[in-house]
Design a protein around this ligand. Sequence first.
Ligand code: ATP
Ligand code: MG
Length: 332
Amino acid sequence: KPVLFSGMQPSADSLHLGNFVGALSNWVPMQEDFTAIYCVVDQHAITVPFEPASLRERTRVTAAQYIAAGIDPEKSILFVQSAVPAHAQLQWVLSTITGFGEASRMTQFKDKSQRYGADTTTVGLFTYPVLMAADILLYQAASVPVGEDQRQHIELTRNLAERFNSRFGDTFVVPEPHIMKETAKVYDLQNPTAKMSKSAESDAGLLRLLDDEKVTRKKIMRAVTDADGEIRFDRESKPGVSNLLTIASVLSGSSIDEVTAQYAGGGYGDLKKGLAELVEATFAPIRERTNKLLADPAELDRILARGAERANELALGTLDEVYERVGFPKPV
Ligand code: ATP
Ligand code: MG
C-alpha cells in the first residue's frame, strides 16, 4: 500500500468544523487504501506563542479527537511528532538545501508573521515549512491530504525532495498533494470570506468539536448572512449563506442544490436551525468518545507510545539513508 502522511497542530483546546470537514473526515476512509500515518504536530505548534501546560493538554485532546472521529490506531500509525526525533534531524539537513528566498515566499509565513509582529516572529516560524517537508519525506509518503491553504508547502516539499535526490542520489519519494475539494473548505461564521481557523481573532465564528451544544447552536444562529433574505448559493455575493449551505451539504451528504431546494421556501432562521441539528448530530458522538478516551490517560499514552515506536522505526530507515548520502555517521 502507498504511504499517506497528514497532521494537525495542537494549537487549540479543540479541533473545529473546518479541521473535521477538510481533513479528519477524509482521513478516515483513506485508512483502507493507504498505510496511513497521522501525526499531532506539536513541534509546529511552538512556532507561535504558546503555554507549555496547555500544549501538553491540547496534544492529548487532539490525539483523542483523531481516534474519536474514526482514526483506528491499529490500522493507522498515530503519534506525536516530538516523540520521533528524526523529524527535527531531517529538518536540519533539508534546511541546508532550502533557499532563503524560496522560504521567504511562503504566504503562510507572511500572514502569520504579520499577525504576530516582528518581535514575536521567530526563525522557527520561518522554517516551519521545512519541518513539514521533513514530516512528509521521512515516511516516503506518496500522498498528503491537506486543505488548499497547504498547497504551497507541499510544492516546497516536492522541490526539496527532487533537489536532494538529484544532488545526493535517489532517496525520497516525491509526494503528491491530495488537495481537498473547495467544498471541503469551511469559512468563519462571522467573517465568511476567511477560513475557519483555530487561531482566528474572534471566537464567535468558530465551531469547536468539543463545545457544548448550546454554545454551538448560538454561534450558528448568529452567523453572518446578508440582507436579501434569499437562500441561494453564490460564493461571491452571498458568502455567509453559501458557507452555511456548504456545511449543510457536506454534513448531510446531499448536494448543494438539494440543500438549497430543501430550505428555499423558508428564511435564514430555518436553515440555521437545520444546520445546528446536523452539526450536533456530527459532533455529539465525537465529543462523547473524546471524553471517554481522555478519562483513561494511561490507555491513550499507551496508544501514542505504540504509534511513536512504529513511526520511529520507519523514520530511522529514511534518516539512516540520508545521513549515509550526506556523509554523516549513522544516526542514533
Ligand atoms: P492554525 O490556525 O493553528 O493554523 P488551523 O485551523 O489552520 O490552525 P491546522 O492544524 O493548521 O489548523 O490544519 C489542520 C488541517 O485542517 C489541514 O489539513 C488544513 O488544511 C485543514 N483545515 C484547517 N482549516 C480548515 C478550514 N477552515 N476548512 C477546511 N479545512 C481546514
Ligand atoms: Mg493552519
